[in-house]
Design a protein around this ligand. Structure first.
Ligand SMILES: C[S@@+](CC[C@H](N)C(=O)[O-])C[C@H]1O[C@@H](n2cnc3c(N)ncnc32)[C@H](O)[C@@H]1O
Length: 447
């Protein structure tokens, strides 16, 4: 009898479909094998790297026969760095993959078969991100700036990222020079020594804010960096953040401004707002605005709107500016403080920002508004809390507009909500070209 494949085995397989993370899926003697960076139709020699009992994970050793759909990735780091999943697939095929993913996920997890619109594309398929966070590490005495390999802390050194603006490569180059010339140490995860851990940059057209995350609050040698950046850029801000902990969180609690502008100032939909490196803000400005416009059009002239999971409050402010009475609900204190700044700055007397857990606040608000309200929800990947779903089913808001970044949790929540609601549209958006992520906007109306 033939043995089941196991770790370190090698075999040639044909890829049959793509999985939810954009990876190739092969079936070999009845066992599912996930092969990142493989494409439907590829024949690949694979090496099994992980046996998860119900399925196997493998890496490509050699593409024996490429799929006719395979294209040459634009980035030399593709498949090494963990940032992109789909550069070997044409943009048109990436959009088809994402649409099919939503169709399949709704069917698989919720039994929902409904029309899913074509994915709204991003006009920039590269260089669309407005923020990057690159780890800086000491590897055997050498400073490396880059991205982590997928699911690991192994740093892949890069000198540019195709998802970021052209400015990124200049910043990386200058920052490396600054560290070398001034003998500044990078953090070593093994010995837990060294100073610089991360650089984080948030960009606008004209200017940017850079934060250098360090382990030592006394470290202050920033003037050579300011001078270097000034040779290339006329407007920027530089911050120090201190994170002494050896964990996966980028920022520590202490921020100090070193130089230049404090925040990026923007105006969208008539709302003036500010962002810094600590604010949650969608990374693709174009798609963010297309989604916000669709949300405004869908809501129309609602009297009361609850904006649940409201983040730094930009969307709540935009809806309030449009005339509705808005209640923003957000769990992170700093984000609610930011939302209150926007309220004051834009004279939005019809906006109330509540800080706390949606699971607690939504049922209270729903009771207060006696069903005369619409809801916008934009939860993290884990989706809606059960208590929030229950509150909606009990209070019966007229309309629920659900923006999701997690297709399977969206499906789980829709399964319950469709007991009382009809789906009026499912519209996916490509917020993150070259990656397997997709944002989906769903409008639900009370039956
Ligand atoms: C995807 S972001 C949405 C941000 C915002 N709607 C926007 O467009 O910028 C999700 C937000 O939900 C917040 N959040 C997560 N769990 C929450 C909870 N249980 N109650 C309230 N807010 C929560 C997070 O802090 C985060 O700001």
């Amino acid at each position: 009898m033939e043995q089941k494949l196991k770790k370190n085995d090698r075999v040639v397989v044909k890829i049959e479909r793509l999985g939810a993370n954009g990876e190739g899926v092969a079936i070999y003697k009845g066992v599912v094998i996930f092969v990142p960076f493989a494409l439907v139709g590829d024949e690949v020699l694979i090496h099994i790297i992980n046996d998860k009992n119900k399925f196997l994970i493998a890496k490509i050793i050699e593409i024996k026969k490429p799929s006719p759909k395979r294209i040459q990735p634009m980035c030399p780091y593709f498949s090494k760095c963990g940032g992109c999943d789909l550069q070997h697939i044409s943009y048109a095929d990436q959009l088809l993959f994402k649409k099919q993913l939503i169709i399949d996920t709704l069917k698989k997890y919720a039994g929902i078969e409904t029309q899913v619109e074509d994915v709204v594309p991003s006009s920039k398929v590269f260089r669309y991100r407005n923020k990057f966070a690159f780890p800086v590490q000491d590897v055997n005495g050498e400073v490396k700036i880059g991205m982590f390999r997928k699911n690991s802390h192994q740093i892949i050194e890069i000198d540019d990222c195709m998802l970021q603006s052209e400015r990124t490569k200049i910043i990386i180059k200058l920052f490396k020079e600054y560290m070398q010339e001034n003998k500044i140490s990078a953090y070593n995860e093994t010995t837990k020594t060294g100073v610089v851990k991360h650089i984080v940059v948030r960009e606008a057209e004209e200017d940017f804010i850079m934060t250098v995350v360090v382990t030592d609050e006394k470290f202050n040698k920033f003037s050579p960096l300011v001078e270097k950046l000034k040779t290339q850029f006329s407007s920027f801000g530089l911050f120090k953040n201190v994170n002494k902990l050896n964990n996966n969180v980028i920022f520590g609690n202490l921020d100090k401004k070193i130089y230049g502008i404090y925040e990026l100032s923007k105006n969208e939909f008539g709302v003036q707002y500010f962002v810094n490196n600590r604010s949650f803000m969608q990374v693709n400005d174009e798609i963010k605005n297309i989604i916000y416009q669709k949300i405004l059009n869908t809501l129309g002239s609602q009297k009361n709107v609850i904006d649940a999971y409201s983040g730094a409050g930009l969307l709540s402010s935009i809806i309030a500016k449009n005339g509705s009475r808005v209640y923003g609900v957000e769990i992170v204190k700093e984000a609610t403080e930011n939302a209150n700044k926007l309220k004051v700055l834009n004279n939005l007397y019809n906006l109330t920002n509540k800080n706390g857990d949606c699971a607690k606040i939504i049922p209270e608000l729903a009771k207060e508004l006696e069903g005369d309200f619409a809801v916008v929800v934009d939860p993290p990947r884990k989706g809606l809390d059960e208590k929030v779903v229950e509150a909606f089913l009990k209070a019966e808001p007229k309309m629920i507009v659900y923006l999701s970044c997690g297709p399977s949790t969206l499906a789980r929540d829709l399964k319950k909500l469709t007991e009382k609601y009809n789906i009026s549209f499912v519209q996916p958006y490509d917020m993150f070209p070259q990656t397997a992520n997709v944002e989906t906007l769903v409008c639900l109306r009370l039956k």
